[in-house]
Design a binder for this molecule. Sequence first.
Ligand code: GLA
Length: 393
Amino acid sequence: MNNELIDRITDMFHKTFGKAPAHLVRAPGRVNLLGEHVDYNDGFVLPAAIDRATYIAFSPTSTSLSGLVAVDFNQQASFSPQTILSKTQADGSPLPEWAHYPAGVMWSLNENRLETRGMNAVFASNVPRGSGLSSSASVEMAFALAWQALSDWSLPPMQRALLGQRAENEYVGVNCGIMDQFASACGVENKLLLLDCRSLEWKTIPLPEDVSIVIADTTVRRKLTSGEYNKRRAACEEAVRLLQQDLPNIKSLRDVSMEDFNRLAKKLPEEVSKRARHVVEEIERSKQAEALLEIGDIQRFGEFMNQCHASLRDLYEVSSFELNAMASIAQSLNGCYGARLTGAGFGGCTANLVARKKAVEFTQELGLRYESETGLKPEIYITRASNGAELLT
Ligand code: GLA
């Protein structure tokens, strides 16, 4: 599947620009197992980069103008450091929505005094958009690496991730945390990544040999979510502000213990209290994840995933009918340790931890039962933890 995509963009590059591309990069999407909606609360997350990615075939040009062909949209756009501030193209027309991600990366690199040489590029992705698998971060991390490949500067992957997050926060306008860009930039084959979103220290954790990560796509795409996402984040900030009256030293919900929260929750408006409870409890769960995986207690780890789903459904309120159906069917199936929505929510995919021996049977059974309950044909596959963004040529 990945090779097909590489062939498509290479052919298209040839057709559009009359020669072979000089370089090829890939940057993966991610799945998150535990620590959802906690990255922007300084918590811990446990994602893995997946074997689906954005690929770019590209060559440098002699001007500052970058000309992009988006195969998935069948569209082109061109922009330069001079046009991106007004979110326009070289001819003055507005940048199409999809181009905000690469243009945002150019903007963010330039803001940090990093040159972005002009490039001709053709790109495509097999990370489905709006599915909770970080298609936008994979576009950002692929372009950050592409511009790096054409320049004198070179940044560690975490720095590229931070610049991608800045592009998304300040250029695209989604107030996301660091998890997605981090996983896309820093992924390691066959490993889960444990990131402390406050210190940005991270380590890899081996995925137990006898379990598989299964991604189940409800095929319902989220819509208009940046508003809801930003509202969730604002509710967390409001909770911190109010809790500071009693706990003046806290900087984020990471600093609030379960005990303090239980004592003070009644002082918060109901909705703010529900949102903050999810975060405080989810940080507690994710703090225990490493120890559980170390002793091989997949059973308990899976229960945490199930609790996380319930909490995202009832307290954080970012689930949907289809995500709930997909998670609860999965949880009832043989060999499934845990199942929950992954990513921001509102649509998209669930992440499932399944006994390796049962994984194929699980995907079939889940597909049939989901279809009979919802009338929708899902896409369900076993994924492999992959490397982060890399130059392929
Ligand atoms: C989106 C954001 C991430 C993170 C998740 C929820 O994927 O981009 O930063 O907040 O939602 O955990």
